[in-house]
Design a protein around this ligand. Structure first.
Ligand code: PLP
Length: 392
C-alpha cells in the first residue's frame, strides 16, 4: 500500500495561494502562520497531478466536451461513498459551490425574497443572499453542551410569519463540522415542503467524515427532501483541488430541474474546463486510499489540538468536528471582547485564524482553526498561541 507523507511541509509561496496572498489585506500582516481559509497544505493525490500533466502535454487546449467517464466517476463516487443514488440527468457541473448557490438564488427567487440561514454559518451564505438583494432571515442554531442543534420552533414561526422562498442548509455544517442526523434532516424536509421552501444543501464537506461517522446526503433522507432540494458538492475540499474549480449539483425533482438546467445550459454556466473534468475524474477514480489516509491524519491533528489545549490551555475548548478539518474553538472562558480575542491570535500569537463573528454574531467568543496542515506546523501554531496567552 502506498503511504502518503502528510508531514511534508511544502512552501506555498509563489503559487498564488489565497491563504498567503491575502494575509496582508485581510489581517494587515503578511508574516502570519496561515490557519484560516479552508484548503489544505498537503500535496494532492499523485494520480490527479499525473492525469493533468498528461493532458497538458497535448499541445492544443481547445474547446472540450466532458467524457462519459467524468460523469460516471461522480455517480459512482456518490453511490459507493455515501449510498446516494444519482442518475446522469439529475447531475450537472457548476463552477464552484458558492457560485452554484448564487445561481440557484437568482433562478428560483426574486429580489426581496426571504432566504433562511442558520448562523453561525459559512459567511458566503449571507453575502450571496444580500449581494443579490434578497433578505437574510436568521434561524440561529441552539448551543447544546459542546454542540449545536436546529431551532425548529423558531423556524416554524419564521415560515408562518415571513414566508421565505428558500433555505440554505450546511450539511455537514461549517463551522463546527456537524453532520446533521437523518431524523433532523427528515423533520426539516417535511417542514420545508409544507411551507413550499426550496432547500439548497451545501454538502461540500460531506466526503471528509471523521471517526467512522457517515455522511447523510439531505436529498436521500425522504421523498420530501428529494422533492425540494438542490444539492451541491465537490471534489475540491476532499482532494484539495479548489483551484481546478469543479463542483456538481443534483436536482432530483424534474419540476425544479428541467427549467433550471435549461437556464444553466442556455447561459453556459454548466460548462466545465477540461482541467476540472480531468482532475475530478482522477480524484474520484483513484483517490480513495489517499483520502482514507488523509482523514486519519486529520483525526490525529485534531487529537493533537485536543491534548494540547487540555494540558496547556484549558480555557480554550475545541469542539470536535464530525467532518472536515476546521476546529471551532470556544474561547469564551478567556473573557475577552472579540476585538481583543482576534488581536491576541493575530498580533500577539502571529496566527491567521478566522474570527468567529465572520460566521454571524453567534460566533462571538470563537475562532476557527484549520488543522489541515503538517503536524510540525500545527504544533508550532499551538506553541505560539500558548506563549501569547500566557503573556497576558
Ligand atoms: C460550506 C462551504 N461551502 C462552500 C465553500 C466554498 O466552495 P467553492 O470554493 O466551491 O465555492 C466552502 C469553503 O470553505 C465551505 O466551507
Amino acid at each position: 500500500m502506498v503511504k502518503y507523507d502528510f508531514d511534508c511541509v511544502i512552501d506555498r509561496h509563489g503559487s498564488g495561494a489565497t491563504k498567503l496572498e491575502n494575509l496582508e489585506c485581510v489581517f494587515g500582516n503578511k508574516d502570519l502562520l496561515p490557519m484560516w481559509i479552508a484548503d489544505m497544505d498537503f500535496a494532492v493525490c499523485p494520480e490527479i497531478a499525473e492525469a493533468l500533466k498528461s493532458r497538458m502535454e497535448h499541445p492544443i487546449y481547445g474547446y472540450s466536451t466532458p467524457s462519459d467517464g467524468y460523469w460516471q466517476s461522480i455517480i459512482d463516487w456518490l453511490d459507493c461513498r455515501h449510498g446516494f443514488k444519482v442518475s446522469r440527468k439529475e447531475l450537472t457541473y457548476i463552477p464552484g459551490v458558492v457560485k452554484g448557490i448564487g445561481l440557484a438564488i437568482n433562478f428560483f427567487t426574486r429580489p426581496g425574497d426571504g432566504i433562511v440561514i442558520q448562523p453561525p454559518v459559512y459567511h458566503p451564505f449571507r453575502m450571496v443572499t444580500q449581494g443579490n438583494f434578497r433578505t437574510v432571515i436568521n434561524n440561529p442554531l441552539l448551543r447544546t453542551g459542546n454542540g449545536y442543534e436546529m431551532d425548529f420552533a423558531n423556524l416554524e414561526q419564521i415560515f408562518n410569519e415571513q414566508h421565505p422562498r428558500m433555505m440554505i442548509l450546511c450539511n455537514p455544517h461549517n463551522p463546527g463540522g456537524i453532520q446533521w442526523d437523518a431524523e433532523t434532516l427528515r423533520r426539516l424536509a417535511s417542514l420545508c415542503r409544507k411551507h413550499n421552501v426550496i432547500v439548497i444543501s451545501d454538502e461540500i464537506h460531506g466526503d471528509l467524515m471523521l471517526y467512522g461517522k457517515k455522511h447523510i446526503p439531505f436529498a436521500s433522507v425522504s421523498e420530501d427532501a428529494e422533492a425540494i432540494s438542490i444539492s451541491l458538492g465537490a471534489p475540491s475540499k476532499t482532494f484539495n483541488i479548489p483551484g481546478l474549480v469543479s463542483s456538481w449539483m443534483v436536482v432530483k425533482n424534474p419540476e425544479l430541474r428541467t427549467p433550471y438546467y435549461h437556464w444553466l445550459e442556455t447561459n453556459g454556466f454548466n460548462e466545465p474546463t477540461f482541467v476540472a473534468t480531468i482532475g475530478t475524474e482522477a480524484a474520484y477514480r483513484h483517490g480513495n486510499g489517499w483520502l482514507n489516509q488523509l482523514l486519519h491524519y486529520i483525526e490525529q491533528n485534531i487529537g493533537t489540538v485536543e491534548d494540547y489545549f487540555a494540558n496547556e490551555l484549558p480555557e480554550l475548548k475545541p469542539m470536535r468536528p464530525e467532518a472536515s478539518f476546521l476546529v471551532w474553538l470556544d474561547c469564551r472562558a478567556l473573557g475577552l471582547p472579540q476585538e481583543r480575542l482576534v488581536d491576541l491570535f493575530v498580533n500577539k500569537a502571529g496566527l491567521a485564524l478566522n474570527d468567529g463573528t465572520m460566521f454571524g454574531k453567534e460566533g462571538e467568543g470563537y475562532m476557527r482553526l484549520n488543522v489541515a496542515t503538517p503536524r510540525p506546523v500545527l504544533t508550532e501554531a499551538l506553541r505560539k498561541l500558548t506563549a501569547a496567552i500566557k503573556s497576558i
